[in-house]
Design a protein around this ligand. Structure first.
Ligand code: PLP
Length: 271
């Protein structure tokens, strides 16, 4: 995506997400992606995680009214063309975020990409179990597009995606909850040699297939995909084109991923 000419204000986007102290996922991945995709990234921090390449050892949630205040502050002054949510951690934070989005037209005239983050790749919880109803009843109905991986889709819809038919059923369940578009990512279907993602709005289906990249350094992959979709929407891409761009982007980032610490390295920015 083209950067603006020097000195000119780029499109602005907002990530509502958690901090990863290891710099691999969360808002750190989002801001890296935004910068490389030619947009200015604003941030509403929802939680500070204590995290390195091996796992998450602590979570400090930001008070819900402070999360909402960040969203109002940047939207009223800087203005945002598109927004995304990542780790939201608790039901009160989800309620505060959705209330703010409703008041500001985020998820209506301003597209909202919802990455329903539930756990880290190590299985550390990033969403409280009692927050799932708020995800289903408040957050997903607000989503212009919701981008779950297979674990998240199972938690939210109860559907175990094992083939194309169950992937379609899961996408339809998300649309029935009120999302405008559903992108059910197949990247974690380890048995397959391909990563096949399904995008649908109930009328049109789009499939995005890429060869599986054989790496354990895929930390922050979901965040990077959602941030790239958000950036493309800010550049006025139609949803299928935004997802196509983001899929190619994240596949290239996976190919360039590097080891970091003793655990999983991050998908690499394309320097
Ligand atoms: N930490 C934070 C703050 C995140 O937002 C996320 C993912 O969205 C993760 C960790 C987990 O990333 P991964 O599943 O790639 O380890």
């Amino acid at each position: 995506l083209p950067p603006p000419p020097a000195g000119e204000t780029p499109q602005r986007v907002l990530t509502i997400a958690g901090s990863d102290s290891g710099g691999g996922a969360g808002i750190q991945a989002d801001l890296r992606t935004f910068a490389l995709c030619g947009v200015h990234g604003c941030v509403a921090v929802t939680a500070v995680t204590v995290q390195n390449s091996v796992g998450v050892t602590g979570v400090h949630e930001i008070p819900p009214d402070t999360v909402a205040a960040q969203i109002h502050s940047v939207t009223s002054d800087i203005g945002v063309k598109a927004a995304k949510t990542g780790m939201l951690s608790s039901a009160p934070i989800i309620e505060a975020v959705v209330d703010a989005c409703e008041a500001l037209g985020i998820g209506a005239s301003i597209p909202l990409v919802v990455d329903p983050v539930a756990a880290s790749m190590h299985g550390d919880p990033l969403l409280r179990a009692d927050a799932l109803d708020a995800v289903r009843n408040r957050l997903i109905p607000r989503a212009t597009v919701v981008t779950p991986n297979l674990d998240e889709v199972r938690l939210i819809t109860g559907i175990d995606v094992t083939d194309n038919q169950s992937q379609q059923a899961a996408a339809e369940a998300l649309l029935n909850m009120g999302a405008t578009w559903a992108l059910v990512k197949g990247g974690h279907m380890r048995s397959s040699l391909e990563s096949r993602d399904l995008l649908t709005n109930g009328q049109e289906n789009f499939e995005f297939t890429a060869k599986r990249v054989d790496t354990t350094h895929d930390h922050g992959g979901g965040d990077t995909l959602a941030a790239a979709i958000t950036s493309a929407l800010a550049h006025d891409y139609a949803m299928p084109d935004a997802v196509a761009f983001a899929k190619t982007w994240v596949t290239q980032c996976l190919t360039a991923a590097y080891p970091l610490g003793a655990g999983h390295g991050p998908v690499s920015p394309l320097w």
